[in-house]
Design a protein around this ligand. Structure first.
Ligand code: IPE
Ligand code: IPE
Ligand code: MG
Length: 263
């Protein structure tokens, strides 16, 4: 995506000592960056606060990363906000999260408008509380004409559930005679995922040091590069994102072939 050079320079002025912005190759910014926003609870607990305070602080980080991604010219930013397994948390925490999702979407509409960001949801939002769903529908309609970066928010998302849903959708079309069994190829499956039409993530960032995928975008991350930082999500900022991209740009992506250097 086109990026605005002067806005980029202003947003990324005063880099910390360990970052040399001149090393960032603007021609090789990942098209799709995905964040597993983890560590909100531990961030809060470490400060003697309720876990839910960590979720509130995490929203400030998300806002910064959205702007940073737009400044960098990223096409798609996705973020894991609530998994199909997160319903197992205490009811109070789930309630606070559902309320925060709705409130944040409304609060951030001016940002999404200003930056021309289109929102899509990944996951089964029909299972969310009605109020949250209504707000999501309102917000989606408000930014559906935006033609800039896509912000894909994974809410009530599970990778396995997503693949099972795609299998059901395809099977139903075979039963109805619309599709033959041979038509079920990788492309057909991709087209039936929540991410249909979006490029696969090239870079997945997980905060808080956990070395696992937690049922996130299982199909789409086949060849994604992983970047894991010990930083808790509420402390993750534009510089953390730049560090991740610099690490990404230093990787040798072989896709099962041979290194470009040895070819
Ligand atoms: C991530 O932070 C946010 C959600 C899963 C909603 P956590 O709430 O998982 O924070 P930790 O991992 O317990 O510190
Ligand atoms: C993954 O974090 C889900 C989100 C960030 C929304 P979790 O905190 O739920 O993952 P686990 O339980 O540590 O694997
Ligand atoms: Mg966690």
């Amino acid at each position: 995506m086109q990026y605005d050079e002067s806005k980029f320079r202003a947003f990324f002025a005063d880099a910390p000592a360990d970052i040399d912005m001149a090393l960032l190759d603007m021609a090789r910014i990942p098209r799709h960056i995905s964040c597993i926003m983890d560590g909100n609870g531990r961030w809060a607990t470490a400060r003697g606060l309720a876990r839910t305070e960590g979720h509130k602080a995490g929203i400030v980080s998300l806002r910064e990363i959205i702007t940073a991604a737009v400044r960098l010219g990223v096409d798609v930013l996705s973020a894991y906000a609530f998994s199909t397994e997160n319903w197992n948390r205490p009811q109070h925490e789930v309630n606070v999260l559902m309320h925060l999702f709705a409130k944040t979407f409304i609060d951030e509409l001016p940002l999404l408008k200003r930056e021309n960001v289109r929102v899509v949801f990944l996951g089964d939002i029909s299972a969310l509380p009605k109020r949250t769903r209504d707000v999501f529908e309102y917000g989606l309609a408000e930014c559906k004409e935006h033609a800039g970066m896509v912000l894909a928010l994974a809410v009530n998302y599970g990778g396995r559930a997503e693949i099972a849903r795609a299998a059901q959708q395809l099977a139903a079309r075979v039963v109805s005679g619309e599709l033959s069994v041979e038509d079920i190829d990788e492309q057909a499956i991709s087209k039936n995922l929540y991410t249909a039409g979006l490029p696969d993530p090239e870079l997945v960032i997980r905060t808080s040091g956990e070395m696992r995928v937690s049922n996130y975008l299982l199909w789409q991350i086949a060849y994604a590069e992983f970047y894991i930082t010990d930083t808790y999500w509420p402390d993750f900022d534009r510089w953390g994102l730049v560090r991740a991209i610099l690490a990404f740009q230093g990787r040798d992506r072989r896709f099962g072939g041979l290194s470009s250097a040895s070819a």
